[in-house]
Design a protein around this ligand. Structure first.
Ligand code: PRP
Length: 209
């Protein structure tokens, strides 16, 4: 059995096909990222805990349940920003903590340039968001930061991952759960996912040179 969950929903397959297509323009690309983030979040958050509650409807009192846990959304800049809005729609009370990282073009290692995670009072759940998990270096660095903060339940949401990146991530962090839209087998000589979808950040923000 895999240590990661791959979306099986036919809508995920359909929307991934449009996302991967090189002819998909940035506006449509952002919509596809949005849809896939929603599908990933719904799959990943099935075990959220609830507190019993009640609400006054126009007709009387209804028993209700509301979310109980504190959830932190942690997008990795830049591309992870594309996943934030749809997940905040589902989790309006979530906190958003940004982590800035870019991958050095020579070494393919992540370089952190922004982090403001608090030192204490960790959230109950930390959701690391990055549409691409190539070598997994950026996400592993983000997981390290969340563990330092003290988050015990760390989950990763990524649209496309590579088999080598996932394998190394699971080896280093067997306690972290991972949800992905698709798994591609290879990385090329520049450590890009093949066939992947290209550079997600550039396609979201229309900065392809
Ligand atoms: C890309 C991507 C991930 C990272 C994946 O970001 O969005 O953050 O690389 O690679 P890894 O798994 O090997 O670490 P990039 O460095 O291009 O920055 P950007 O999001 O600003 O475009």
């Amino acid at each position: 059995m895999s240590s990661w969950t791959v979306l099986k929903h036919p809508l995920a397959s359909h929307h991934l096909a449009i996302l991967r297509d090189a002819s998909t323009k940035p506006a449509q690309f952002r919509i596809q990222i949005d849809l896939l983030a929603t599908l990933l979040a719904i799959e990943c958050l099935q075990d959220l805990q609830l507190s019993p509650n009640s609400v006054q409807t126009p007709m009387g009192l209804a028993a209700a349940e509301t979310l109980k846990q504190r959830v932190a959304i942690v997008p990795i800049l830049r591309a992870g920003l594309g996943l934030v809005s749809p997940i905040l729609q589902l989790l309006p009370d979530a906190e958003v903590w940004h982590l800035g990282m870019y991958r050095d073009e020579e070494t393919a290692l992540p370089v952190e340039y922004y982090s403001k995670l608090p030192a204490d009072h960790p959230s109950d759940i930390g959701l690391v968001l990055d549409p691409m998990l190539a070598t997994g270096g950026s996400i592993r660095l983000a997981i390290g930061a969340l563990k330092k903060w003290g988050v015990r339940d760390i989950r990763v949401l990524s649209v496309i991952a590579s088999t080598p990146g996932l394998t190394q991530l699971v080896e280093e962090h067997p306690d972290v759960r991972i949800w992905v839209g698709a798994v591609d087998p290879n990385l090329d000589h520049r450590k890009f996912i093949v066939p992947g979808l290209g550079d997600a950040g550039d396609r979201i923000f229309n900065t392809r040179s």
